[in-house]
Design a protein around this ligand. Structure first.
Ligand code: ATP
Ligand code: MG
Length: 1006
């Protein structure tokens, strides 16, 4: 199925490898297949692999995918110095290597804080496990550690021999073939040190325990135990050293391996078990189980006359009951249970899974908040002569991994295009969802149909399963059977086969054994016996709850499907890198490159599809600065340095190089180049330029280095001299200070001058920050000797006063002046004065409209400056009459409503008398001989202080104000005098008193 999506190319970091590929391409092919001009040609692909393989260059990239060809010999490329070479180095700077992938993944995890995973796949013997071990070793050697971490790193490495002993076996294809898929994740703390991890196993080939093909072996652990175990141990386990004595070890007729020493490996495993967390007792229990499996293999069954089954080898049962810690008769009964006898071997099939269950999932503690690198060592697509249930599961697993690859690549590609602002271009790619659905879809998929057939009552067999498939899936574009196929296909298919059109190619599966293998269940009686065992490992494997639970356990294929789903979830949350392993020949020989075999793997690993996906769109992309840095010698404007914006620099460079618009695009921070050809031409130009820039460059570099050295040494010298000078000065200063402190109480002298000056200076500095903020604040710090502190204080006060005065508004100034005059006149003279201080003097006590218009007109140009209501007392008889007293600039008038009763010119005014008490009575003394002025006037006003102050000021006769303590005399007509007596009383009263005096009683204020 073809779909339109956006262009896909390799992920950022890996793409960077192109430049190293550029330099090396003429030497040995291309280091990145993305640079293959003819990227659609399988022949060109294989030729590139072959050329490099011949030169022992076993690694080549397809963007982020590392293709690794098994060299079948030790290469000098895995040493510690090699690890150092790849550590922290950009991907593109160095030739392809498994360490580059490891390092790149590790750095991406640290810098992007995103979990990573490395997916390793390939045929059996292609080098997956070796690759995963190399990655682990790289992390163990290069990651930061302390003693504790080193122990964890050790666990990480030590888990491998144990896993291999229990899960690896010699096969025809590989002397150390992993018979299970393995996902291992390594956790790193915030410093990048390994702190924990997990291991998950998939699809252990259990059947190997009971059956091995000719030339193959059982799992290594059996041979290791027999070969390496001490005599005492074998006696306790009731075992003999000769493997030929055991049914389960003789079937392949291959007890020993030339390439592997079981004895040595036994030692390694025994050393590793405690490291990964097994106690001594647990190791013993584990060995008991391994021995039990061998004894079970030697258990013989016989058939009685009535068809009942019995065990012919009693000693075996005895050994088994002892080793497994179960009741012998119960075990015998369970083993001879009717249903089991037909397939006696089933028992051990299940027991074999114990071997894997014995391995702890959690090899070292896990910590929250850590980042993870996952390693998946899993079988690649398998296409054998006869493909059975196992190949079906394996290939299904690879379909899922391909789906993940497409999804994750798309996602990262899409993100990069978006961030770079590059327009989308659609490309075709093969979406394998249709095949995944065909296999896994609920109710309709092959796995569901298989489960149904296993559970269906009545006669079921593999062929009936095939028929069911034909009924349900006939017509599906990726499913064919002999019956459904056309003539041509039919010829290459048997009647018991169905064909799936996988993304990598077509595979025929033989249905024989599908139902049995899917059923894979263990008899209940046997489970019950097992869960009563006193061996805690067996107890762990056969849980009582599970035995009691009536529910049928899930079928093998469904279990595998579910565990795959979980694995996909784990991988989806991570940034993937891929290692695709290829086996160059079947003979495990170094230097042999079997083209047919390699082509087969290239096809089934989907490498051409990988390349196509990665080459779609743009073949190459690089950050502006890196591109400019590399190619700047090719353009006079960018050489030797470009000082403008990077994008402009790249633009200038490519237009100088004559790139056509369709050949490249500029993103926000990267240049995208569509064809490798464009880049090769640029690279060739750079090569041609190298001698020139080489000489220039060397000269330039030489000059630069010299200049730099001169500047550096000059600058360093100056800095050192400055530093020394500062130190000298500081020491001198400290010395003077201490001396000054000692002489501080002496007269000012050279010994203490610095200290005393400093103290004074500090005082002044401190004073500056703590000066009083208002005139009312009387605080002042205590001065040291010889500081004119009092003088400073006065100056500061004066300054504050001045500042205050400057801020005063004219209105307020007038008020203040009047208040000052009032103070001069009345302060300490009149009882009512203190009360008046806080009250403001008003401009007038009469509103404009309160003054009669006629009066205003009569006054003409003499404007009323102040008006107030008063009471006038007749000089004779003292009759009170309400009047208004209006002050102009030159005279005052007494007004009776509309009439001006008396005019008092200031110039003629002789004085103003007030009492010293709190009353408001006052007398304005005017000449009586002048008819116009009409003589003295006795008045009373509630605002006497204000009125008298204003009147005195206007008349400019402040000194004429007379304050009399007891009485005031005033002139009455024709030389006669009147007297006003002032006394204190309970309340204010103005009345005629004795002897014709006016008596004024004032309230006592205090
Ligand atoms: N990089 C390598 N350098 C040298 N020898 C290697 C390398 N990779 C693999 N080999 C050789 O190939 C053998 C098979 O490799 P390995 O066990 O890793 O294969 P595999 O892909 O894991 O196979 P299986 O699927 O059977 O487990 C190794 O035992 C080793 O001898
Ligand atoms: Mg392996």
């Amino acid at each position: 199925m073809n779909k339109s999506i956006h262009p896909l190319i390799s992920s950022t970091s890996v793409r960077l490898v192109m430049e190293s590929a550029l330099t090396a391409r003429d030497r040995v092919g291309v280091q990145d297949f993305v640079l293959l001009e003819n990227y659609n040609s399988e022949a060109a692909f294989i030729e590139n692999l072959r050329r490099r393989f011949r030169e022992n260059l076993i690694y080549t990239y397809i963007g982020s995918v590392l293709v690794s060809v098994n060299p079948y010999k030790e290469l000098e490329i895995y040493s510690k110095p090699q690890m150092e070479r790849y550590r922290g180095v950009s991907f593109y700077e160095i030739s392809p290597h498994i360490y580059a992938v490891s390092d790149n993944t590790y750095r991406a995890m640290r810098t992007e804080r995103k979990d990573q995973c490395i997916l390793i796949s390939g045929e059996s013997g292609a080098g997956k496990t070796e690759a995963s071990k190399k990655i682990l070793l790289y992390y163990a050697v290069t990651c930061p550690t302390n003693d504790h971490m080193a122990a964890l790193g050790d666990r990480l490495l030590q888990s491998n021999p144990v896993l291999e002993a229990f899960g690896n076996a010699k096969t025809l294809r590989n002397d150390n073939s992993s018979r299970f898929g393995k996902y291992m994740d390594v956790q790193f703390d915030f410093r990048g040190a390994p702190v924990g991890g997990h291991i998950l196993n998939y699809l252990l080939e259990k059947s190997r325990v009971v059956h091995q093909n000719h030339g193959e072996r059982n799992f290594h652990i059996f041979y290791q135990l027999l070969d390496g175990g001490e005599d005492d141990l074998l006696i306790t386990l009731d075992l003999e050293r000769n493997p030929q004595k055991y049914q389960y070890l003789v079937k392949g007729n291959c007890p020993r391996l030339s390439s592997v020493s079981d004895k040595n490996n036994w030692k390694v495993v025994m050393k590793a078990l405690p490291v990964i967390g097994f106690t001594e007792e647990e190791v013993q229990k584990l060995l008991n189980i391994i021995a039990s499996v061998l004894h079970l293999g030697n258990t013989q069954f016989g058939e009685g006359e009535e068809g009942e089954t019995y065990i012919t080898t009693e000693t075996q049962i005895h050994h088994l009951s002892k080793l497994m810690g179960v009741d012998g008769s119960a075990l015998g009964e369970a083993l001879t249970h009717k249903k089991l006898t037909a397939k006696g071997e089933e028992v051990t099939v299940v027991l074999s899974s114990l071997l894997m269950l014995c391995l702890p999932d959690e090899l070292y503690h896990s910590s929250k908040g850590s980042s993870v690198i996952g390693l998946l060592d899993i079988y690649g697509f398998e296409v054998l002569q006869h493909n059975s249930f196992e190949q079906f599961c394996i290939n299904y697993c690879n379909e899922k991994l391909q789906q993940l690859f497409i999804e994750l690549t798309l996602r990262s590609e899409q993100e990069e295009y978006e961030t770079e602002g590059i327009a989308w271009e659609t490309v075709q790619y093969f979406d394998n969802k249709i095949i995944c659905d065909l296999i896994e879809e609920k109710h309709k998929g092959i796995i569901s149909i298989l489960d149904e057939e296993c559970l269906r009552p009545g006669e079921t067999c593999d062929v009936s399963f095939l028929e069911k498939l034909e009924d349900a899936l006939g017509g599906h574009p990726h499913f064919v059977t002999h019956k459904l196929a056309n003539g041509k296909t039919r010829r290459v298919m048997s009647r018991e086969e169905f064909r799936l059109l996988h993304y990598a190619g077509e595979v025929n599966y033989n249905v024989n054994g599908f139902l049995d293998k899917n059923n894979d269940s263990l008899n209940r009686n046997l489970k019950e016996v097992m869960c009563q065992s006193d061996n805690q490992i067996l107890q762990h494997c056969f849980r009582r709850e599970e035995v009691i639970d009536q529910k049928r356990p899930e079928m093998a294929a469904t279990q595998f499907k579910n565990s795959l789903m979980k694995l996909m979830e784990i991988l989806m949350s991570k940034e993937p890198s891929y290692v695709r392993c290829i086996k160059p020949n079947d003979a495990k020989q170094p230097g042999r490159f079997d083209e047919v075999l390699v082509r087969h793997q290239v096809k089934y690993l989907g490498l051409m599809e990988n390349l196509r996906v990665r080459r779609a769109g743009f073949a190459y992309r690089r950050r502006f600065e890196a591109f400019l840095q590399r190619y700047k010698p090719l353009c006079p404007e960018t050489w030797p340095n470009w000082h403008g914006r990077l994008s402009d620099g790249v633009s200038t460079l490519v237009s100088h190089l004559g790139y056509k618009p369709e050949e490249y695009k500029l993103g926000r921070s990267k240049i995208f180049i569509r064809f490798p050809k464009t880049l090769f031409t640029t690279e060739d130009a750079l090569e041609a330029k190298k001698p020139e820039i080489g000489c220039l460059g060397v000269l330039y570099m030489h000059v630069c280095v010299c200049v730099v050295i001169v500047i550096q040494s000059g600058w360093r010298g100056m800095k050192a001299r400055r530093r020394a000078k500062r130190r000298r000065q500081a020491a001198e200063l400290i010395r003077r200070f201490i001396k000054g402190f000692i002489y501080r109480h002496e007269e000012y002298c050279p010994e203490n001058e610095y200290f005393l000056d400093h103290v004074r200076y500090s005082f002044l500095k401190n004073l500056r920050q703590n000066l009083p903020k208002s005139v009312l604040d009387k605080n002042w710090p205590t001065p040291p000797p010889l500081v004119a502190s009092e003088h400073l204080r006065r100056m500061h006060m004066r300054n504050m006063t001045l500042k205050y005065c400057r801020r005063v508004q004219p209105e307020w100034k007038k008020q203040m002046m009047q208040k000052v005059e009032a103070s001069k006149i009345f302060k300490d003279q009149k009882d009512s004065y203190p009360q008046s201080v806080g009250r403001l003097f008003l401009d007038s006590r009469l509103e404009r409209e309160q003054i009669n218009l006629k009066v205003v007109q009569t006054l003409g140009n003499d404007k009323v400056q102040y008006g107030v209501s008063v009471i006038k007392y007749d000089r004779r008889g003292f009759k009170p009459r309400p009047r208004q007293l209006l002050l102009t600039n030159t005279f005052a008038v007494l007004v009776d409503r509309t009439k001006i009763k008396q005019r008092m010119d200031y110039s003629a005014m002789r004085g103003i008398s007030v009492s010293s008490l709190s009353d408001g009575v006052f007398v304005v003394h005017m000449p009586s001989e002048d008819n116009k002025q009409k003589g003295d006037v006795v008045l009373h006003c509630s605002h006497v202080i204000e009125l008298v102050t204003k009147l005195a000021m206007m008349a400019n006769k402040v000194s004429y104000v007379n304050i009399s303590p007891g009485s005031i005399r005033f002139a009455v007509a024709r030389g006669k005098e009147g007297i006003i007596d002032f006394v204190r009383g309970s309340e204010l009263k103005v009345a005629k008193g004795k002897r014709g005096h006016l008596l004024v009683v004032s309230q006592r204020l205090y």
